[in-house]
Structure formats: C-alpha cells, structure tokens
Design a protein around this ligand. Structure first.
Ligand code: SF4
Length: 223
C-alpha cells in the first residue's frame, strides 16, 4: 500500500490544482474550526466562525471570559453546541494556563503539542492532528472520514482501520512536509465530493479509476 500512496498522490496532483483548502485568519480560528467541524459540514462551521467574528470575539481572552450560553448562541449552527462549548472553553483555558498565548505554542515540538491536545476532553486524533497541521504547520497527516472512505475502496480494506495505522502508512509514504500533507488532504476532500461520494461513487470519471479495487469490481460485475 505504501508505494500506492505515492502513486495516488501523483495521479491526484496531475489532475487537480489545489493547495491549502483552509483559508483562516488566525491560529485561533483554526483551533475553533477543528472543534466546530466535528459531526457537521463546513458551511455550518463557517456560519459559527462568522458569528464569533461579528461580535469581535475572535480572541482567546474574550472567549475565556464569555459565559457558556453566549458561546452556545454563537456556535449554534455547528450543532452539539453544549459539548463543543465545553471543549472550546476547556482548550482555551488549558492553552492560557500552559503556554500563555497561542503563538507560544508554535515553539513547542509536535510531540509536546500532540500529547497536550490529546489529553483534553473532546479532542480526538483527527481534531488534534488538524490543529497541529493547519494551525501550527506541523508535519502530521490528518485522517478523516473522506480519506478512510477513499482508501478503503481503493484497497478493499475495512473502513474501521485504526486511525494510527492508516496515518502511519501516509506518513511513511509521502515526503514529511506539511505542504504535501495539506495538498493530499485537499485532493481527498475534492475527490470525495466530486466522485467518491458516500453512495454510488462516480467511478467512470474518477482519476483513480485504473488503480481502484472498487471500480474494478464494478466493471467486472457489469460484464
Ligand atoms: S474509482 Fe470510484 S471508488 Fe475508487 S476512488 Fe474513484 S470514485 Fe472512489
């Protein structure tokens, strides 16, 4: 599978002209976005981020001081607002106590930040790694549901493959560079929306058609 990941990257890279899909104005915005995106779509995250900006609350100190009902009302569009309010409060207070500022976190090692984030309530692997890659530009590949779906179809493997195992395959196959990881992630998001959709994927027009087990099985079933 390791050789194949490089091949997948090259095929997608020849087809798409994407780079970093996540255009944020600050590290705090990325941290909030990584939490708000849990179990919802990106449009809802954007609405919540806009709400926070509209009351000029995109500041760690302001959000820490803000009471929970006010935060809930701002992040309402993202759903699960009780849980997400607690996670946001928890991470911001922990950052303030341990590092003082978000900028100070940038000087820390990937290992230190990874352990810090995973010890916080409401932060799992995907959220922690999104923060590491997109807020702090650390070389950590993010595994999301799109990645799992695409890879499980290409290699005919169970989507329940462990997060760490799949991540290890990507990180030992691709150059250890946040730029490549962001690009590959952007390609997968694009592919999962355009072709490798949840039901009835559009394999005929997919750039990975020739190397995909799922597509081959479909072709054989038609014959
Ligand atoms: S060929 Fe089909 S199943 Fe395979 S990655 Fe493309 S859209 Fe998904």
């Amino acid at each position: 599978m390791r050789d194949g990941i490089q091949d997948i990257y090259l095929r997608l890279d020849a087809f798409y002209s994407l780079d970093d899909w996540w255009h944020s104005e600050s590290k705090l915005e990325v941290i909030l976005g990584s939490i708000l995106t849990q179990n919802t779509n990106w449009k809802n995250v954007e609405r919540s981020i806009l709400n926070i900006k509209s009351v000029r609350a995109m500041s760690i100190n302001k959000l820490i001081k803000m009471d929970a009902p006010s935060i809930k009302s701002l992040i309402l569009p993202s759903g699960f607002y009780n849980q997400k309010t607690n996670t946001i409060k928890g991470i911001l207070i922990a950052i303030k106590n341990r590092y003082g500022t978000i900028n100070n976190m940038s000087k820390m090692s990937t290992k230190e930040l990874h352990e810090f984030l995973l010890n916080l309530k409401g932060i799992g692997n995907e959220t922690a790694d999104s923060i590491l890659l997109y807020a702090f530009n650390k070389p950590v590949f993010v595994i999301d549901a799109y990645t799992k779906r695409i890879i499980s179809r290409i290699y005919n493997i169970n989507q329940k493959i462990r997060y760490e195992d799949l991540q290890d395959i990507f990180m030992t196959s691709l150059r250890r560079d946040p730029k490549f990881y962001k690009r590959m992630h952007a390609y997968f998001i694009e592919l999962a929306k355009s072709n490798c959709i949840k039901n009835n994927p559009k394999c005929n027009s997919c750039v990975l058609n020739a190397i995909c087990n799922y597509a081959n099985l479909q072709k054989n079933n038609v014959r």
